[in-house]
Write a protein that binds this ligand. Structure first.
Ligand code: GTP
Ligand code: MG
Length: 176
């Protein structure tokens, strides 16, 4: 029999964000289950086979490094915008990243506050107004590539945003 999962397309997660926030480290931490002290600027695209993902869908993770507009965003179906919770959040750059292509290409979006190991506080107070402003934002998560906190959760949320979207993007009356 045809199961619902047979109809699902692959999940393609793109990580973007300011330089040095830990995009590559997050991917490498997920893959190796330990924090890599040294990382290349950009991780090779990785594919997680369906049977080891919680949603049983092949999942590709694409890293991004540099400051050109990542046109690769077109082929992604969820975008993770990574920031570092120990930096002052640059609202300008944040808004730029949000509007640049997630909104443009109508992709679900996850805000990822990395380096939670470095601070005692939460960045949620700063993030909440942004979340309320952009309905594309499915969820936000604070994590640490260093102590592996919330790493698998983050990629699970990204999968879920593609497979079980809740955002108003997907309201039947909006979808033509
Ligand atoms: P670009 O490719 O240059 O845009 O950077 P990136 O976002 O890929 O960041 P990268 O993974 O290269 O990490 C930048 C620095 O932050 C490195 O020195 C990492 O070791 C460090 N780093 C990454 N994640 C964490 C974390 O969760 N906690 C701490 N304390 N340091 C981290
Ligand atoms: Mg990188």
């Amino acid at each position: 029999p045809l199961r619902a999962t047979d109809m699902k397309k692959d999940v393609r997660i793109l990580l973007v964000g300011e330089p040095r926030v830990g995009k590559t480290s997050l991917i490498m931490s997920l893959v190796s289950e330990e924090f890599p002290e040294e990382v290349p600027p950009r991780a090779e695209e990785i594919t997680i086979p369906a049977d080891v993902t919680p949603e049983r869908v092949p999942t590709h993770i694409v890293d991004y490094s540099g400051n050109k507009c990542p046109l690769v965003g077109k082929s992604a179906n969820v975008i993770c915008i990574v920031y570092a919770v120990n930096n002052n959040i640059n609202l300008m750059s944040f808004t730029f990243l949000i509007t640049m292509f997630p909104v443009y290409f109508r992709l679900p979006l996850i805000l990822v506050g990395n380096k939670s190991d470095l601070v005692e506080y939460s960045s949620m107070e700063t993030i909440l107004p942004i979340m309320n402003q952009y309905t594309e934002i499915e969820t936000c998560v604070e994590c640490s590539a260093k102590n592996l906190k919330n790493i698998s959760e983050l990629f699970y949320y990204a999968q879920k945003a593609v497979l079980h979207p809740t955002g108003p993007l997907y309201c039947p009356e909006e979808k033509e």
